[in-house]
Design a protein around this ligand. Sequence first.
Ligand SMILES: [Zn+2]
Length: 109
Amino acid sequence: MSDHEKMSAKTHKEEVQHNLLLSIRAARNRLFVCFWTFPVYVYAVTQLLNSGSSSTVIMYSYMLLYAFFGISASVKRCPECHEQFFVKRFFLNPFRSQCAHCGLSFKHL
Ligand SMILES: [Zn+2]
């Protein structure tokens, strides 16, 4: 393999890693949107309860949304060590911006 080929192979690997890190960050951002909208959700449910309407639908949709984003973030794999990026043992920690296992970070993206 020539030097040029070695270099383009490395660049390709970095590009793949970059894209994976972007998708990991996007999954985390979606989960954060859920956290941020929690007060809005509480307000909406309170309003519904006060007006005598059923809040069951909105409660279930919110829980499903949470579960969906939680799962989609927890299944993200680190491009470097292929472990679950946000999960160490059983706990999902979306606040980290580094891999729970090898410390690969997406802060620089
Ligand atoms: Zn890792």
